[in-house]
Ligand binder design. Structure first.
Ligand code: AP5
Length: 596
């Protein structure tokens, strides 16, 4: 049964971000240094805090406002740390824009104080200019006051440059203020010095530049750039030394939440990694696992034993149609894996997602779910300024042999009529086409191919190959391809040798796979699931009922590559594989599933 429900159950709205109004400067008097008074003053007078809308499902429009409507959820709390010039400020700019968190930078706050000539500023100036830390109580009160403001509670916060000493960390611990994740940017010393000395700031926009790495866009901007007084080589060395003296004590406070990130890479690559991590945490919070959301598992360098605590997969997958939350979970999961693969430079990737609504072999298959998934991915890349071509194969063959897979009938029209937002995504950034070499426009940046597949007597692989040849080094993403050899009575499919065809089909690297596991060819009950999200391992889950009768998925094992049926059977039976032995017994049924 085909269910044409492309837009009915997952509304797509667009929403534009608006920049926050400029904040006034603020002044603090010496008498105001008690916590409560500081806190209330910060409620009214803080400078340079960037606040954008906070949403979960960030498919979203930095540049063009191509935003899919999102659900509000438990706000994120993030700490970012690193040596001077490790890139904290640079990453914060992007994180704030994407996640709408309230950015609290102690360096920026202090510099505003200095610029305003306040009492605090006058005190802080001397310390800052000599590269030393400003006294703990001054900075701690400032931060705690800022964190207690409503916007930080509602939108979540991004704490940059705090805590910077053991005492500061302990102050937060005592008040039970903890982040979901503690990000530590790691950059070699010699690079830090060059970054500091070359740094320039735009006093009008607050944007951070570097004379070599990120030069200003125009002569006008260049003319107004300033250098920080603490950015001389000598002062940087002293700041670095102070950082090193303190860092261990701080890291030990947050060892359970620590995520070290290699900060010596292009800033967008670093941001991609941070984004994936924060989206994952957000998703966990939304799924009601907030207590564990900050415990990152092996996906982010921790032991697999904790994995089931923080990352499960949705339950109730037997309930059809799937709930909106379940669909959003999978759209988001696929999106993140795809983004990671493309940002790692992969150009030929495939997604195979076989939840019941996306499995054409099941009678609950919904073309609308497939279309929504494609929309989420396409909008996300369009949001990053990419021109996306979404391609659905047209009719193949001629005369009596003409045809196309039933599953794709009407798909192109559905794509055309779907809600792509009001901000010009469709047409400007997202275009539709068929599959073939002629479909490739030189302006296209990325191609999403919707369920390309052979049809009886017709082989899509020739067209696919022509298209990928024309696409060259531009990424091509296959969503639920079915490129297995099909029998052809007429031999028409033999336009290319069988072996070559299969080799070509296999040249697409899996970037996401999800399938449910069933017993003996039935579709009920679900026995378990297999999931892989690039670049991580295949995870094998078993579905179990807990003591209250509620189902959950527990992880049985992980594999570096797709497990064979025998490996899956062994994991379910809890035995080590004897490679010479064929599987048998209760779980022996699973072999067939994995032979494809
Ligand atoms: P603060 O302003 O926090 O300075 P910092 O920690 O030394 O960090 P920076 O701002 O120098 O660097 P960043 O990591 O933000 O790097 P950025 O993105 O700009 O603090 C200043 C002073 O205030 C302290 O010394 C202290 O006196 C006082 N203070 C602050 N907090 C305090 C606290 N909690 N307690 C006590 N005192 C406190 O990048 C640097 C450059 O590199 C830029 O030019 C950028 O364009 C470039 N760059 C960034 N990323 C990349 C990349 N991936 N590749 C190449 N170049 C890059």
């Amino acid at each position: 049964m085909l269910n044409y429900a492309a837009t009915s159950s997952f509304n797509c709205h667009t929403k534009r971000f608006t920049a926050p109004p400029p904040s006034p400067g603020y002044n603090l008097h010496p008498s105001s240094l008690s916590l409560s008074s500081l806190s209330s003053q910060f409620h009214h007078n803080l400078p340079s805090i960037s606040v954008y809308n906070h949403t979960h499902f960030n498919i979203l429009p930095r540049t063009k406002g191509l935003k899919v409507r999102c659900t509000q959820n438990e706000p994120l709390k993030v700490m970012i740390s690193g040596a001077p010039a490790s890139g904290k400020g640079t990453q914060c700019e992007m994180i704030v824009q994407k996640f709408g968190l309230v950015h609290i930078s102690t360096g920026d706050l202090l510099r505003s104080e200095v610029a305003a000539g306040s009492e605090i500023g006058n005190q802080a100036k001397e310390y800052m200019n000599s590269g030393r830390l400003v006294p703990d109580e001054v900075v701690t009160n400032m931060v705690i006051g800022r964190l207690s403001r409503e916007d930080a509670k509602e939108k979540g916060w991004l704490l940059d440059g705090f805590p910077r000493s053991f005492a500061q960390a302990q102050s937060l611990e005592k008040m039970k203020i903890r982040p979901d994740v503690f990000i530590a940017l790691d950059v070699p010393d010699e690079i830090l010095i060059d970054r500091c000395v070359g740094r320039r700031l735009d006093p009008e926009t607050g944007k951070i530049y570097h004379i070599k790495n990120f030069p200003p866009e125009t002569e006008e901007v260049k003319a107004r750039l300033i250098t920080r007084p603490d950015d001389t080589e000598e002062k940087v060395k002293s700041r670095l030394q102070i950082y090193k003296q303190n860092v261990e004590a701080i890291l030990s406070t947050y060892s359970d939440l620590l995520k070290k990130i290699d900060g010596n890479r292009p800033k967008n690559v670093i941001f991609g990694e941070i984004t994936s991590m924060l989206l994952q945490i957000q998703k966990e919070k939304e799924l009601g696992k907030s207590e564990n959301a900050s415990k990152l598992d092996s996906q982010f360098n921790k032991s697999p034993a904790t994995k089931e605590n923080w990352r499960g997969i949705p339950t109730n997958l037997n309930n059809i149609p799937h709930s909106r939350e379940i669909r959003e979970y999978f759209y988001d999961d696929v999106l993140q894996a795809t983004q990671r693969a493309i940002s790692d430079g992969k150009t030929r990737v495939k997604v195979e997602i076989n939840i019941p609504e996306l499995n054409p072999e099941q009678d609950v298959y919904r073309i609308g779910t497939l279309m929504e998934l494609v929309r989420v991915i396409a909008l996300s890349f369009a949001d990053d300024g990419k021109r996306v071509k979404v391609s659905v194969q047209g009719s193949m063959g001629e005369g009596a042999l003409a045809g196309m897979p039933l599953q794709l009938a009407g798909t192109r029209q559905i794509l055309e009529y779907m809600d792509w937002g009001n901000d010009g995504a469709k047409g400007d950034f997202i275009n539709f086409g068929a599959i073939g070499g002629k479909e490739v426009d030189e302006r296209d940046d990325i191609f999403i191919l919707v369920a390309p597949q052979n049809a009886m007597g017709n082989c899509i692989i020739d067209d696919l190959r022509a298209m990928t040849d024309a696409a060259g080094s531009r990424p091509v993403i296959l969503i639920n391809p079915r490129l297995k050899d099909l029998p052809a009575s007429s031999g028409i499919m033999q336009t290319m040798g069988r072996e070559k065809r299969l080799e070509y089909a296999a040249s697409f690297e899996m970037c996401y796979q999800f399938r449910l596991l069933y017993y003996a060819g039935t579709q009920y009950p679900i026995m378990g699931a297999l999931r892989m999200a690039y670049p991580y391992r295949y995870e094998l889950f078993k579905r179990v009922n807990d003591s209250t009768g509620k189902e959950k998925y527990v992880i049985l094992s992980t594999f570096p590559s797709r497990p064979t049926g025998d490996e899956v059977n062994d994991a379910f039976e809890g035995r080590t594989r004897d490679k010479n032995k064929n599987s048998s017994g209760f779980w022996g049924f699973m072999n067939g599933i994995f032979s494809a």
